[in-house]
Ligand binder design. Structure first.
Ligand code: ADP
Ligand code: MG
Length: 560
């Protein structure tokens, strides 16, 4: 038997669904309502600029308040307000007509941002925490009358004459039983700090106590008194909205401290600013970190028109730059779609490669401008650069010009400089340049000395990322091999400089070698005896590079 038909959907279903799906993220109701208030404020300002509103703007701060006894939270603005007709059009129709589509599609939505964006339900997120919501509003339009809308979360609403005397809108939430946690000063302050810290219109939330000077006492010492002042949440013009030419280093450092109060000063920063083919602003900082273990991902905050959205920037920022700190603001990053869609999104891809390019350009510029200063920073930034070169070919192409190699005597070389340096002295029978490196300066000290004595240079490659970086260089550099300093290769290199004399006779050397060979009794090791100088270790025991790598793989369970 087969039967076809449509499942009838009742609009009454919308609120339980909104509540259920937005529940885990229910604090964003405040973000949505405050953003609406900010939008309304920006609109009236624009109308005033255009001469379409000629009245007084007045104090345009948005105010958030709560009443623990009445169990209400109120968001009020001095924006453009709404007429009763506009409430019907913008508030009623949007959600109610969208209900059917919503019910059909809600199963695809993965988080609250998606639902809100897709269905224009910002305002309705209020019902996540409120049983009843009231709008009391007065439009800026000549002769407009105040209107009041009340809805108890069912599909019926009521519009009556409002009581508001001044232009703007006041939204009152009657907080439901499950959400009383929001009727708390610190809870609300925390949410506002998170989402509203950089909104473009002042956001006021209660008052705070401040100490101010109050003249001098008899002993001519300053007197202080406590006063209650308005508590403003936000900085309305954060540095990323300004032009780099208007900012000083202090401004950037101050902003960094504001974002990460506990962190050390960053090494340098990059101001992002594009408006075509997508819109993006922001400031990215290179943090000061000595090793991988200190690194923290997800320290970049994503904003959309100064509203905080998330600190989950995967896909927008290339993987290797997730270690940077800072802020990205773009209205062109789709917030209302799923993650898989985000990866495929054209703008997101462009943003991703733009950021990669900007970072590469900045590093190249720092390198060119002051090599010495750049070398001093290298120990901190080397990790990012190597990580980037390994993970993205495009970045390798740029990075190869400013990536530095450091040798055991503390000199720095670019890859090209280093290749030219070793070519004359460190070439094997097959005319391959051989770069020697040490992974453990203490344990391999004997080998380093021995190599240096032969006139060979040794690089320091002792951070965890270096083993990957070495493999990467090997695959990229032509006619060049990289060998660990304790590999048996040093003997096979063409020695240009034959000034070393063995202090032992040939027989003596042979004798010592036999003793060692017998004691080690393992063919994978090569024993060399040569007393080049009284201070030098006369015996070196090496393992062929290939064997060593095999052994390491066996020990770490493959991979690498
Ligand atoms: P969106 O903000 O994405 O348009 P919302 O559901 O948040 O969707 O709001 C719907 C509409 O209601 C807004 O576009 C606006 O026209 C109107 N609105 C909401 N809040 C206010 C407010 N505080 N002042 C004036 N209009 C508002
Ligand atoms: Mg909105």
């Amino acid at each position: 038997m087969q039967e076809k038909g449509t499942i009838s959907i009742h609009t009454e279903n919308i609120f339980p669904i909104i509540k259920k799906f937005l529940y885990s993220d229910n604090e964003i109701f405040l973000r949505e309502l405050v953003s609406n208030a900010v939008d309304a404020t920006q609109k009236i300002k624009r109308l005033a600029t255009l001469g379409q509103y000629t009245g007084e703007l007045g104090d345009t701060a948005v105010e958030v308040s709560f009443d623990a006894e009445k169990k209400t939270i109120t968001i009020s603005d001095r924006g453009l307000g709404m007429t009763a007709e506009e409430i019907k059009k913008y508030i009623n129709q949007v959600a109610f007509s969208g209900a059917e589509e919503f019910v059909e599609k809600f199963k695809d939505a993965k988080d609250a941002n998606e639902i809100i964006g897709k269905f224009g339900l910002g305002f309705y997120s209020a019902f996540m925490v409120a049983d009843t919501v009231e709008i009391n509003t007065l439009s800026y339009q000549e002769g407009a009358e105040s209107a009041k809308w009340t809805c108890d979360g069912s599909t019926s609403f009521e519009i009556t004459e409002g009581t508001r005397q001044e232009r703007g809108t006041e939204i009152t939430l009657h907080i439901n039983k499950d959400s009383e946690e929001f009727l708390d000063k610190w809870k609300l302050q925390g949410i506002l700090d998170k989402y509203a810290k950089f909104l473009p219109v002042p956001i006021k939330f209660g008052t705070k106590t401040e100490s101010i000077e109050d003249g001098v006492d008899e002993k001519d010492e300053k007197k202080w008194k406590s006063v209650e002042v308005d508590n403003f949440i936000n900085t309305t013009a954060p540095i990323w909205t300004k032009s780099p030419s208007d900012l000083t280093d202090e401004d950037y450092l101050k902003f960094y401290k504001e974002l990460y109060p506990m962190s050390e000063d960053p090494l340098f920063w990059i101001h992002l600013n594009v408006d075509y083919p997508f819109n993006l602003t922001g400031v990215l900082y290179f943090p000061k970190v000595k090793n991988e273990f200190e690194l923290q991902r997800n320290k970049i905050k994503l904003y959309s028109r100064q509203v905080f959205i998330t600190d989950e920037v995967k896909d927008i920022v290339p993987e290797f730059l997730m270690l940077l700190h800072g802020v990205i603001d773009s209205p062109d990053i789709p917030l209302n779609v799923s993650r898989s869609f985000l990866q495929a999104d054209g703008n997101v891809k462009k943003i991703n490669s733009y950021i990669t390019k900007k970072v590469a350009d900045k590093l190249g510029e720092l390198y060119k401008k002051d090599r010495k200063a750049y070398e001093e920073k290298w120990d901190d930034i080397g990790l990012f650069v190597k990580y980037g070169m390994i993970s993205e070919d495009k970045f390798y192409e740029k990075g190869k010009d400013f990536a530095l190699l450091k040798n055991t005597t503390g000199e720095y070389f670019t890859i090209e400089e280093y290749q030219s340096k070793v070519k004359p002295t460190q070439t094997d029978k097959n005319d391959q340049a051989v770069i020697l490196y040490a992974t453990d300066l203490e344990k391999q000290d004997g080998f380093i000395q021995s190599a240096n004595n032969k006139g060979y240079d040794v690089l320091v490659m002792n951070s965890p990322i270096d083993s990957h970086f070495i493999q990467n260089l090997e695959s990229k550099l032509e006619k060049t091999q990289l060998k660990r300093v304790d590999a048996d290769v040093a003997e096979k290199l063409i020695q240009k400089d034959e000034t070393y004399a063995n202090l032992l006779t040939e027989d003596q050397s042979k004798e010592v070698k036999e003793i060692f060979d017998k004691a080690i009794n393992n063919k994978t090791y090569t024993v060399e005896v040569e007393g080049l100088s009284p201070e030098e270790l006369p015996v070196t025991i090496t393992m062929e590079e290939f064997m060593r790598r095999m052994k390491e793989m066996a020990a770490t369970g493959g991979g690498g």
